[in-house]
Design a protein around this ligand. Structure first.
Ligand code: UDP
Length: 235
């Protein structure tokens, strides 16, 4: 356990070092997808949709022994300050891949050989931490689609700003900060399915960031579960 002083300064947006941005999750928001979810984390607005498991048109992805997951993360041109050129780029391809890797260990697709689960993540508004919020949204959408899962992965980043380790970086903190550590965990098993690190951290700060991010993920997980309960209690 790492000692964290309680006398840390309040951040620019009024949050304590270990405080998440306001978070809202809604499951089952789209009629035509098999599963869907809408997530807001601070200024991030993200929709995740799931189709499948279904026979795949992408034959090279198919496996004879299990179903597979394919993720497409997309940032809308109007989601950021400076208009983003539409279509895939290096960043979105990377995030699509790490998101699939972060979700895959939670899925039980052995009963669906030669089929594919297709996940689309649409970032409508971005404000830092979209990859974690995207995984969080996709996990709820997969559960909403009724895909067999052993856990619902939850994502949250920690990072370093003004020489302090803080939870859930905003866009300003992401851009002006010294490090960013996005993390995804399966809350039931404690298995970490995504861990990235960008910037400069000492070993101690890195450990502290991981601990903080895990705490953040556990809070996100509670909101995910509430969203699914609310969705299914309405039916
Ligand atoms: N961003 C941007 N334009 C881009 C890509 C990103 O303005 O083309 C912003 C956006 O707010 C994003 C933040 O920069 O959330 C941080 O991006 P990063 O690549 O670190 O991924 P994220 O933190 O969103 O997972």
């Amino acid at each position: 356990m790492i000692f964290i002083s309680e006398e840390r300064k309040i951040r620019a947006d009024g949050r304590a070092y270990n405080e998440l941005r306001p978070i809202k999750i809604e499951a089952g928001v789209l009629e035509r997808a098999d599963g869907s979810a809408y997530v807001e984390v601070g200024g991030n607005k993200i929709l995740a949709c799931v189709y499948g498991p279904k026979e795949s048109y992408m034959r090279r992805f198919l496996r004879p022994d299990t179903g597979v997951i394919k993720v497409r993360y997309n940032m809308a041109p109007f989601s950021v300050d400076t208009r983003k050129r539409p279509g895939p780029d290096r960043r979105s391809n990377e995030i699509s891949k790490i998101t699939a890797d972060a979700l895959c260990p939670a899925l039980m697709l052995e009963g669906f050989p030669r089929s594919m689960v297709e996940v689309s993540i649409e970032v409508i508004a971005a404000e830092g931490g979209t990859r974690c919020a995207g995984v969080t949204a996709a996990a709820v959408a997969l559960a909403d689609a009724g895909i067999p899962m052993k856990d619902i992965p939850a994502g949250c980043a920690a990072g370093k700003m003004d020489d302090e380790v803080v939870l859930d970086l905003s866009e300003i903190e992401d851009k002006n900060g010294q490090a960013d550590v996005p993390l995804v965990i399966m809350p039931r098993t404690g298995e970490i399915t995504l861990l990235q690190a960008d910037g400069n951290l000492t070993d101690e700060e890195f450990e502290e960031a991981i601990e903080l991010a895990i705490e953040g993920c556990m809070q996100v997980s509670e909101v995910q579960k509430e969203a699914l309960k609310t969705c299914y209690s309405q039916e």
